[in-house]
Design a protein around this ligand. Structure first.
Ligand SMILES: [Zn+2]
Length: 434
């Protein structure tokens, strides 16, 4: 028998690379197209090509590897399908940051050149991530590796998109989104970071059209008043009962808007009366839906005041705020100004202040899909472990709302992420990339 000297301590350097190369050279991770064994397949949740993997990747890929190796040893024809970059936007962002260091913007170099840069980035850094997965020992079938912008995937996404559209599963509608004026993209709620900020609360008087005096509203964003379409109070607030249904004059814009009553308004905030700007605030957008108010967009995608902003047209939101405050003061509409601390949403990627914005968005009609998913569990085709989570699953799917698609144009194709409304404690993606 051969004598083996064991090292005092385990040295991964001696062991891991050697065995990984052995597995690879023997083709042990390869799935077989023609095998008659039962198939077992996992498609890797593709990590973004943004640099390096994190602890979460180490965990979820280890779990996948355990299942994959177990099934392989049980005699299944196993495919663990590897790929990188599930949504494109995170990678787009790091490439933009690289360009910014040279003082270049995405629009300066144009679409074709930008895509070229993304590919260069992926050539350079995609390899790091794949190496890290291999360091973890992940037994993916590397001969099949794919990337979001591969020709085949782009075509597949376009195909699925058109098919879903033709079948009526996707449609366009107005929706208020968290918009990053710098990234020029909509952000999901989870991509907005709130930061406590020292600001002001401005009290502005909106004169009653018929009658004495006016209603004083408190706001943290006076510039948005250009898009106001109502003033709202709480229906139980006796201070205002007599003026619900009346009209007030929107200062600076000189437009008549109604006073409405809605449960959403807190009697304790400011004066108990708030301005409603449906195009600039998610709650106001919902109120507008309930009361059939007009939705007036006052900013473009760069957070610059548009043609609805009258004399403020062309100003950025900060300049506009200064000017609106000065004009309110000059017109005698500004009642007072007090210090106020509140949370302001920032883009998680570039830290720019998020601008809630109404725009045409793509939605996925999810009810018919949810019905199928419910049936699968009811009929036992899909099992949820532990069973006690079934009720949470049913409740989530029975109350699910149509899902907005975060859609970004990449190359000739699209990159689509469907984000479901979040089930408590669970974030789910079904991702098609291209
Ligand atoms: Zn941003």
């Amino acid at each position: 028998m051969e004598e083996v000297m064991l090292e005092k301590s385990y040295s991964p350097r001696e062991v891991e690379d050697r065995w990984y190369a052995y597995w690879q050279n023997k083709g042990l991770f390869r799935a077989c197209d023609t095998s008659d064994k039962a198939p077992y397949c996992i498609v890797i949740p593709p990590p973004n090509v943004t640099g390096i993997l994190h602890m979460g990747h180490a965990l979820n890929n280890t779990l996948q590897d355990i299942m994959i190796r177990y099934k392989r040893m049980k005699g299944f024809n196993v495919l663990w399908m590897p790929g990188t970059d599930h949504a494109g936007i995170a990678t787009q962002n790091v490439v933009e940051q690289e360009l910014a260091k040279q003082g270049i913007g995405r629009h300066d170099i144009g679409r074709e050149q930008f895509i070229e840069r993304v590919w260069q980035w992926r050539e350079k850094y995609g390899g790091i991530i794949l190496n890290q997965l291999q360091k973890l020992g992940c037994s993916c079938d590397w001969s099949r590796e794919r990337f979001t912008m591969d020709e085949g995937l782009s075509r597949a996404v376009r195909e699925v998109f058109v098919q879903l559209y033709e079948e009526g599963f996707i449609y366009q509608g107005d929706y208020i989104v968290n918009w990053c004026p710098r990234c020029q993209t909509a952000l999901s709620d989870l991509e907005v970071e709130y930061e406590e900020t020292q600001s002001h609360l401005w009290y502005v008087s909106y004169p009653l059209i018929n009658g004495e005096g006016g209603v004083i509203v408190a706001t943290t964003r006076p510039e948005t008043m250009l898009g106001d379409t109502a003033v709202a109070v709480n229906p139980d607030d006796e201070r205002y009962t007599r003026i619900v249904g009346a009209q007030v004059l929107l200062p600076l814009v000189n437009k008549k808007i109604p006073v409405i009553a809605d449960e959403y308004v807190s009697k304790d905030f400011g004066t108990g009366a708030v301005k409603i700007t449906p195009a600039c605030d998610p709650n106001d957008f919902l109120i507008a839906g309930r009361h059939e108010l007009d939705i007036v967009r006052i900013m473009d995608g760069n957070a610059i005041i548009n043609e609805n902003g009258g004399v403020y047209r062309g100003q950025d939101r900060d300049t506009c705020r200064k000017n609106v405050i000065a004009d309110l003061k000059a017109g005698g509409y500004l009642v007072r100004e007090e210090p106020y601390v509140h949370n302001i949403g920032h883009c998680y990627r570039c830290k720019t202040i998020v601008e809630p914005s109404v725009s045409k968005q793509w939605f996925v009609k999810v009810k018919p899909l949810a019905r199928e998913a419910i049936t699968a569990v009811v009929k036992g085709r899909t099992r949820i472990i532990p069973k006690s989570w079934e009720s949470t699953y049913f409740e989530w799917l029975e109350n699910i709302r149509d899902t907005r698609m975060v859609l970004r144009r990449v190359r000739q194709g699209h990159c689509i992420t469907y984000r479901s409304h979040v089930m408590p404690g669970l974030r789910r993606y079904i991702t098609a990339t291209g």
